[in-house]
Design a binder for this molecule. Structure first.
Ligand code: BGC
Length: 256
């Protein structure tokens, strides 16, 4: 198969990051380029940041984009860590118009999960695998025999004895805000995983996002029965998965 390079963009609450990805091997072939997420993170402001990334790579072609919301047919159906005015907006249209390209959008954690399942630790893993991204929020991707069940939003269930949703208790932004030690954070995260385990009965839990790099600092506190491992692709999974998604969708458009 010839080497196919696709631009993958990972939109996050604090930064919008892009890189060119070889979708045959799942490798990033450029450094990642990051633009801070504008404040307020409105469609207009974010479209500008998005087009800066496309311009930086002087890229023409389909773009795959991971976005931190429930996504149905490229439309945002929620907005927890971005401006509420995104709800109901067709992201492909807004970003595509600004950057003059075709943009295919999927949930950011789903994108990271797809990358990890195809090119990382999830490869050939059967049964239920759940990937949790730990960042400003908690993102989730769930797979059964390698197939994605999209938009699971496991950062948004309530924990026993807590009056807040899980991501308001155990995301990395909470650790920073409350200045929690890694041990304290690990304890909270274990509480989160206990509920996740009860709800999903997974065979494997993979941790992605920025804090997965620090897994060694809190793994002692993780006491659930299910195997929990940090992602192999670390923080790059979001970009790689977005590119893979963009490629798949663009191919569908050509063949259908
Ligand atoms: C959002 C998810 C997203 C996650 C990680 C959550 O607040 O609801 O859609 O995947 O943050 O960015």
């Amino acid at each position: 198969m010839s080497k196919k390079l696709i631009l993958g963009v990972d939109v996050g609450a604090s930064g919008i990051k892009g890189a060119l990805v070889n979708i045959n091997t799942g490798e990033m072939v450029t450094d990642r380029f990051r633009v801070p997420t504008p404040s307020p993170a409105t469609p207009k402001n974010m479209a500008k940041a998005f087009s800066q990334i496309v311009e930086h790579f002087d890229y023409q072609g389909p773009v795959g984009c991971g976005f931190p919301a429930i996504i149905k047919k490229n439309v945002a159906k929620s907005a927890s860590n971005i401006d509420k005015s995104w709800i109901g907006v067709n992201i492909s249209e807004v970003f595509g118009k600004a950057a003059d390209c075709n943009v295919y959008v999927t949930n950011d954690a789903d994108a990271a999960g797809v990358a990890e399942m195809n090119f990382g630790l999830g490869k050939n893993k059967k049964g239920i695998v759940v990937l949790i991204t730990i960042g400003t929020g908690l993102g989730s991707a769930m797979f059964f025999d390698g197939k994605l069940i999209p938009n699971t939003e496991f950062g948004h269930f309530y924990l026993k004895n807590q009056s807040k949703v899980a991501e308001a208790f155990a995301a990395d932004s909470v650790r920073k805000k409350k200045d929690l030690s890694w041990e304290e954070f690990g304890k909270r995260f274990n509480e989160y995983l206990e509920t996740l385990e009860r709800i999903t009965s997974p065979n494997l839990i993979i941790l992605g996002g920025g804090s997965s790099k620090k897994f060694d600092l809190f793994k002692k506190k993780i006491k659930i029965e299910t195997e929990v491992v940090p992602a192999q692709l670390r923080n790059e999974a979001g970009i790689i998965g977005a590119a893979a998604y963009g490629f798949q969708q663009a191919k569908k458009m050509v063949t259908s």
